[in-house]
Design a protein around this ligand. Sequence first.
Ligand code: SF4
Length: 511
Amino acid sequence: MINVILNIADFEYDIYGIVKAFFSKEDIESYYTKDVDIQGKNVASTDHTEDKADPNALYTLYVNLDKAQNILKFRFVEKETNREISTEFEIYPDNRKKTKDTLKQNLYQLMVKVCGKELPWGTLTGIRPTKIPMKLLMEGKSEKEVYDDMKSKYLTSDEKINLSIEVAQQEIEILKKIDYKNGFSLYIGIPFCPSTCLYCSFTSYPLSRWSKEVDRYLDALEKEIDFTAEACKDKVLNAVYFGGGTPTTLLPYQLDRLIKKVKSTFDMSNCVEFTVEAGRPDSITREKLEVLRDNGITRISINPQTMKQETLDLIGRHHTVEQTIESFKLARELGFEDINMDLIVGLPGETIDDVRHTMEVLKELQPDNVTVHSLAIKRAARLTVFKDHYEKMKMINTGEHMRMCEKYCREMGLKPYYLYRQKGMAGNMENVGYAKNGKSGVYNILIMEEKQTIMALGAGASTKLVLDEFNSDGNRKIARVENVKDIKNYLERVDEMIERKRSKMEEVKWH
Ligand code: SF4
């Protein structure tokens, strides 16, 4: 446990992000001195006054603003040794962005002293680090200027700066080919899976429990599809993505019905990509792949996660390594020319040799896309629930693992084209999508870079409306509209979900 005790109610989230990046396994709790106001409410009326802080916490970080002098002080105290490290610096009351950057830089440097290590991404704790180089490059800045900006402002390592610049350049090239500014994309969530993986934090329910409701689920989706086509009739549809869950848990006639509904409801003439995540090899059959192929699906995913059987058994993926390989070969045989394979680095008990073995098998298969994920332990995942049990098995992901995967991908002729980070990622790393030339997943770029509105349908789906307004960092603001996660609720309340979308789309200026 780490206590953070503040005499200000601002920047708490940024402070938390930096401390958590260094101490990923510790819980961090914020407390306030008595005079602090949190959203107009005096802190004394909450249970977060400093006297409630955990007396046994390993560390306490004190954050004190001297309002008269505009000086902010961080003091980090280690309980066991009483060791104290502190720093203080000037803030800029009229410039929030500058204050925030300065605060993060100073806290980062302090934490480097405390922990004796740097972080590859420096002060960047957000999900989309490539937004920074992308924006600067699109403004006409040179790669050198982007490098200098990321180095001085965010203290990012050379390796990650170079990776993000390469990714941003790729994304810019790909986006040039589509009219994304006048377009939108469509996400359809199928929340069923053959079984629930240990690390899963997505909206996913076992198919065995819900198979009788799948047709009703498609009825509800069709209502949402009709609404979306009407609401977005002035926009062009650029990309469609069926995700989940596992879309290929649908039976062949159900897959056929859903794809045909999309194709007959929207104008598909500007749609450059139609992806169906086949995901779990234990959901794939020849008949389903034929349905996808005959309906002109351009891109599919067949996800091994690992090619080590013992790990697959441990993480609750009820399929074999052979099934993955056979499904991939079958898809190739049926003519699929754009196949993605996802893998996860940092799975329980896996060594670097296990990851190397997975990459060796991928090298033989030669997929068109490989997405390398760093294991993220989210609160909802069973891995968190069974943390104690699985903590005995090491979950390791270092720069060495990621570099090895990158080397394999490059040898296979794949280049990094999209990148994102998640909270709770093993080794403070990132997820990177690699692709052959001309095979990059356009939808992945559109959703990650928040370049256009994504209409999301289905249980647990989250629509992202890109707004006309800008944030202080120069990026467009996003308005989210969430669908309920629970399937029963979704089926009963689909009209309300449509109404939620309609009223938000009327309330904000989106484009
Ligand atoms: S296949 Fe994906 S969505 Fe389904 S349970 Fe596993 S991690 Fe969750």
